[in-house]
Structure formats: structure tokens, C-alpha cells
Design a protein around this ligand. Sequence first.
Ligand code: ZN
Length: 205
Amino acid sequence: MRTCWIGFAALVTVGAASGAEITATIVSTGPGNPFAAKIIAQSLLKAAGIKLDWREPACLRIQLSELTPEDLRPGALGVSYPYSGCSKPITIYMDRVRARARTSAHEPVLLGYVIAHEVTHVIQSVDRHSATGIMKANWSIRDYDSIYKKRLQFEPEDLLLIRHGLASRSNQEALAIRSDREHVPPKRIRSGYSEQTLWSSQPNF
Ligand SMILES: [Zn+2]
């Protein structure tokens, strides 16, 4: 697991982070409607103090790709760019999410969690994973069980990193975050570059 810590512009309280709003849109050429997954991702991020607003025009684009080549980040369910703000889209390998879901009814739940995971990388703007919870790099069979019951949560450290990411002025600009405190129009993004992938584990089901 790679871990990369970067400096934050400021520390904030829980109250200051509340009300942050990020606009996002899903681009999909595959079958199905991701409506239920959008609601689940919204709910997960709301619990972390983020209002994920699905509308156009959007800052953050999420592409649901199909026909993923086997040799493209083998096993990964998605990829995001923690230091790129809205300048690079998140890609979710929808065919792999579909294959990983235990049943078709579980598919939107799993997609919602993958969206929340990748969006959180961008909001946190750090190159890291957690040992447990939504931001774990490799979900276990038990984690998948929790996902399908909608019980898997962010661990406290991730909530703190989300607050730090929301408080960072440069990240606010990169993500065009609107909050109760101030509105900062997008001007520039972080110069750093990194890529984060969510790798699926290999449960025996
Ligand atoms: Zn990840």
C-alpha cells in the first residue's frame, strides 16, 4: 500500500466542513440506470459531511466503462486521481463491478460504494488507503457482506481527512466546492500527480 501525506492549508471543525457541496455527473454507455447507485453514494458521503449534487454542469465526471481489458489494472474496480481535483475524471470499471456483485440487486449497492470510495480519494486529496471501512484498498468477503447490508462506513481517520480536504483552499478551488463559509470559484489545481485504484479482493463466491 502506498501512503503519501501532503500538507493541508488549514484545519477545520466538524461544523465548518458541513454543508460542502460538490457537483458530479455520471457518463455511461452501458446498460442500466445508475440512479440507485447515485442515491447510495450520496447517502454515504452525506454521512461524511459532503453534499454530492448530481447535476449538470458538473465539476467531477465519473465514467462507467465497459469491456475493460484484463491487463488494465487487473482486479481494479475503479481509478481516481487524488491530486487532480476535477481536471481528470474518475473511471469505474462497470463490467467488473457487475461481475463482482453477488446478485443483480447488489450491483447498485456495490457501485454506490465504489463511487463513494473514488470520490473520497479526490476530496481527501491524499494518496492513501485505510485499514478498514469504505477506504480500504481491498475489500474482504466480510466487507462485501457489510456493503450489501449498507453497513460499511468510513473510519474516523477518513472523516478527518475529508474535513481537511474540504478545508484546503487549493482543494476547494480544484473541486469547486461550495460551502456555507465562502464560495471559491475554480482557478487552479494541485500540481502533484497520483493515481489511486480500488482493487477488488478475490472472495470465493
Ligand atoms: Zn482506493
